[in-house]
Design a protein around this ligand. Structure first.
Ligand code: BES
Ligand code: ZN
Length: 925
């Protein structure tokens, strides 16, 4: 083939013109990759020219006859004169060739028209040569940097982030999760660096002509999807841990942060071995690396054998990280390692079932962390947090089912949301609890074994679980998992169960409907039905530990809810509570008498006889019902008034999440005074009981009490409870008077965020500069975030504006990956909100460019805006802004819809509840 096409960028420049008749976003199914051989040379010496070049040989099997090879590729330049294609199966190997190439930029296709038709049943080898700049945005094969403090010089490294659809930026490939193949990877780089990839090194040898360069070839991988491929060239240090089976587990970080790797190097191997035993399946690779990447868009990524993290999710410092930081990082590590089975070994067929990856990793991580650190009691907290999150997000009309059809690539990105993660995890927990441990685990084991190195969809999971459940007797033969679970994964939303008791007949009648936050939407005639496991207990029994369903709410063949009656309930002087330990994601409303009984118990010495998770449930439910008008605020506030006695984190968490939202709405109104007094009344007893933010007396033993104290401290200082602010200022002053404040910080770690915030809020410009200086000097990523939060507590407009401008400054004093965090910090400040909203609306186009093409990242700026817009005027203004900014909000459709809906529900609250709410508060003062 004598083609004179040279270096053609697949953006549609040069001869490769977009002109395809095939215009579907999925790859055609005529071909399947059997193996990739990928060689990538990375050049990191010249910061002006950070580039890579590569060769990929793909062995391709033809399943149908075809005259073209359609691959994914984006922003790669090809050396088209050197494309080769030959048939490698059959009697004699024959050369084929490529007549022309076509680029389809809409779907990132690179289409090679072949000289001869490729024939079904035959195998071909295609070789392509390509190159590109190391990406400046954190996706594909990209650059990251850190400053070496010894030399005060910037050091560059390279790293990949391919999920969900960015392998195509690094090499041409069949970039869909269903196309699994083994990879042989070789990295070329300067010998002063280290090359890492999914697999252990096979051999390293000198580069054929580049002086001081080497090629490192890695062992052939197991069959895997393209999004799990990873490699990095870096000059990092590492810590080695060894697993009991002899595999090597290494933890990598920039040299100056290597002493922050100890905890992850100990926790990672422990949790990996726990999973081996939990699933009964060994980790199949002989090495695994985890690496802390200075610039990282997500939290972490589960690449098989080379797991990548942002620094806050892997690095831990005894002196600078809080318990919350430690728990966060444990959870992230446990999550990514759970993916080594759920996601890497068994992968979803298509992004529709992303929840099979993310829901599982989320749920299994909570089991992993619980087993390694039972003293944290984090499983309970985690499952409650997940439920609280989905009760909010999934009550929106604009939510979507767990398993959702994908119609374009932007929806793949959007699917990494609370529905796949938190709701996915919650329905898995529900199954675990209604099936019991034996059936659940044996079902999972057979699912993992059956689909190992292959792809699966949710029906495959249902089938394995049904078989296991029938075998162990966990589920009656006339029930199957698919019928039950499809109602949770294919329908949007969750139900509210209304329990109406008849105290004379000692029965309760139950009905269900979808719970919707938006009260403009009618809830009747929606014909939605969920299979709801009904566990319950009574005031006499108090058997909250039994989470097995005593009955089910069922659906008819045509999908209608069947009414349900529960018999043998107590009479009029005893409450009942449904959904023991919130084992399933539904809300429960009761008749007035039952609520009355519950309120009596909560407000008595007996309140602890209600399980702590159910106390959190009652609070969350009743506050929602008050919001949407099914309950009076008098009742709701009487429920939470009992918190004055409560000393457990979970009910507080549940209540404070609501009070945060309500507080943000009433903050700019004349009645905020009453709200403040109410908060003081609730918080004062517990603040004093926990000895405030003073850590010199009564060391706290229980770990979850530390989290409670952190939370209570934040509220206490925000609402000027007791001595919180003066104490905080004293701590800050003593920090300021240290000779070396970067090394010695007298502020107790777990209240640092509270102390910094109070000090900046009530402090001087010099205090701000002092803290900013600490930000610049800090070597610990999580400490930097705490400081960003603190700096944003200023009430000086100019300082807040300075922060806003710094966030989007290309110089990146604040790294781009922390920009949304920093924006949120400013925008949740009552003074900062108006500035931030204005900044966002006036600069939406440049913000779009700042993140482009990662529009999903830009949508992280929205929560502080939607949480604080609550008047019709502001809502209309934002709606108009959206209509006029379509170009700059591209790829954020789902986030924008949710934003508008949440704003609208705030407006509804303000119009309907504002006065009722204040009246109810005043009654309790
Ligand atoms: N697979 C994801 C990483 C990811 C997220 C890739 C979004 C592409 C888009 C990873 O397993 C993950 O879920 N990471 C979480 C952290 C986790 C502990 C919830 C993340 O990045 O937030
Ligand atoms: Zn994940």
């Amino acid at each position: 083939m004598k083609w004179f096409l040279l270096f053609v960028i697949t953006l549609g420049l040069g001869l490769a013109q977009p002109n395809s008749t095939y215009n579907h976003f999925r790859l055609p199914t005529a071909l399947r990759p059997q193996k990739y051989d990928l060689r990538v040379l990375t050049r990191l010496e010249n910061p002006e020219e950070l580039r890579f070049s590569g060769t990929v040989k793909i062995v391709i099997e033809a399943l149908q006859n075809t005259k073209n090879i359609t691959l994914h590729s984006r922003d790669l330049a090809f050396n088209e004169s050197q494309i080769t294609l030959r048939q490698i199966s059959g009697e004699k190997k024959t050369d084929n060739c490529v007549t022309s190439t076509v680029v389809n930029p809409t779907h990132d296709f690179y289409i090679l028209n072949t000289c001869e038709e490729l024939l079904a049943g035959h195998v071909y080898e295609l070789r392509l040569i390509f190159s590109a700049e190391l990406n400046r945005q954190p996706e594909g094969y990209y650059r990251s940097s850190y400053v070496d403090p010894a030399e005060n010089e910037t050091r560059w490294i390279s790293i990949t982030q391919f999920e969900p659809a960015s392998a195509r930026l690094a090499f041409p490939c069949f970039d869909e999760p269903g196309y699994k193949a083994p990879f042989v990877i070789a990295l070329g780089y300067h010998k002063n660096f280290t090359g890492l990839s999914n697999m252990p090194v096979k051999e390293t040898k000198p580069h054929e002509y580049l002086a001081d360069y080497v090629w490192t070839e890695f062992q052939e991988s197991l069959p895997m999807s393209t999004y799990l491929v990873a490699y990095s060239v870096n000059d990092f240090s590492h810590k080695v841990s060894t697993l009991t089976n002899g595999s090597v587990f290494r933890t990598w970080a920039r040299p100056n942060a290597i002493d922050q790797c100890d905890y992850a190097a100990e926790f990672g191997p422990k949790v990996l071995q726990y999973y081996e035993q939990l699933f009964g399946i060994e980790f199949p690779l002989s090495k695994i690396d985890q690496i802390a990447v200075p610039d990282f868009n997500a939290g972490a990524m589960e690449n098989w054998g080379l797991v990548t993290y942002r620094e806050t999710a892997l690095l831990y410092s005894d002196a600078f990280s809080s318990l919350e930081d430690k728990q966060h990082l444990s959870n992230v590590v446990a999550h990514e390692l759970a993916h080594q089975w759920f996601g890497n070994l068994v992968t979803m067929k298509w992004w529709t079932d992303l929840w099979l990856n993310e829901g599982f990793a989320t749920y299994v991580a909570s089991l992993g962390v619980e087993s390694i650190h039972p003293e944290w009691r984090s499983k309970q907290l985690e499952s409650l947090s997940n439920l609280l999150t989905i009760f909010r997000k999934d009550s929106l009309e604009s939510s979507h089912p767990i398993s959702r059809p994908i119609e374009m690539v932007s929806q793949v990105f959007e699917s990494f949301d609370v529905i796949s993660y938190e709701k996915g995890s919650s329905v898995l927990r529900m199954m675990h609890l209604f099936l019991g441990d034996e059936a659940f685990r044996s079902g999972l084991k057979s699912y993992l074994e059956r689909f190992a190195y292959k792809n699966a969809e949710q029906d495959d999971l249902w089938e394995s679980l049904t078989q296991a459940a029938h075998k162990t007797g966990a589920l009656a033969k006339n029930f199957d998992i698919k019928t039950i679970m499809d109602s949770w994964t294919l329908q949007t939303g969750y139900p509210v169960i209304t329990v109406t008791r008849d105290y004379t007949d000692r029965i309760a009648k139950l009905s269900q409907e979808r719970y919707l936050l938006n009260t403009d939407i009618s809830r009747v005639h929606r014909r939605e039905c969920w299979w709801v496991p009904l566990s319950y207990t009574t005031q006499a029994e108090k058997d909250f530990n039994n989470t097995a369903p005593k009955a089910w709410m069922e659906c008819s063949q045509t999908g209608e809810s069947l009414p349900k009656t529960i018999q043998d309930l107590p009479d009029t002087d005893q409450w009942v509570i449904f959904n023991n330990q919130l084992s399933s994601p539904y809300k429960v409303n009761y008749d007035a008498q039952n609520w009355k009984l519950l309120i009596e118990t909560l407000n008595s010495e007996e309140f602890q006889t209600i399980h702590v998770v159910n106390r959190a449930q009652l609070i969350d439910d009743v506050l929602y019902f008050a919001w949407t008008g099914e309950q009076d605020y008098e009742i709701a506030l009487r429920v939470i008034d009992y918190l004055q006695r409560e000393r457990h984190l979970l009910p507080w968490k549940s209540a404070l999440e609501h009070l945060t939202l309500l507080g943000r709405i009433v903050r700019p109104t004349p009645n905020f005074q009453s709200f403040k007094r109410f908060i003081k009344k609730l918080i004062t007893p517990i603040y004093e009981d926990l000895n405030g933010i003073n850590d010199t007396y009564k060391p706290i033993q229980a770990q979850d009490e530390i989290l409670l104290r952190t939370t209570v401290a934040t509220w206490a200082c925000n609402y000027q409870v007791s001595d919180c602010v003066p104490q905080a200022l004293a701590y800050f002053r003593s920090w300021r008077s240290e000779t070396n404040p970067d090394e010695k910080n007298p502020v107790p770690i777990d209240v640092r965020s509270t102390v910094y915030c109070a000090a900046i809020k009530h402090g001087s410009d010099e205090d701000w500069e002092f803290l900013y200086e600490r930000y610049l000097k800090s070597n610990v990523a999580s400490e930097k975030l705490t400081i960003i939060d603190g700096l944003a507590c200023s009430r000086e407009v100019w300082l807040l504006q300075r922060s806003l401008e710094m966030i989007f400054d290309p110089k990146e004093v604040i790294r781009k990956h922390d920009s949304a965090w920093a924006f949120k910090a400013v925008a949740y400040n009552e003074v900062g909100f108006l500035l931030a909203k204005k900044y966002f609306m006036e600069n939406v186009n440049s913000i779009y460019q700042f993140y482009y093409p990662l529009s999903k990242t830009m949508s992280r700026l929205l929560p502080p805006l939607y949480d604080q817009v609550s008047t019709r005027g502001e809502y209309n203004e934002f709606k108009e802004f959206v209509a006029n900014s379509q170009e700059s909000l591209k790829g954020m459709d789902q986030a924008i819809q949710q934003t508008l809906e949440i704003m609208l529900t705030n407006v509804q609250w303000r119009e309907r509840n504002y006065h009722k709410f204040t009246r109810a508060i005043n009654q309790l003062l």
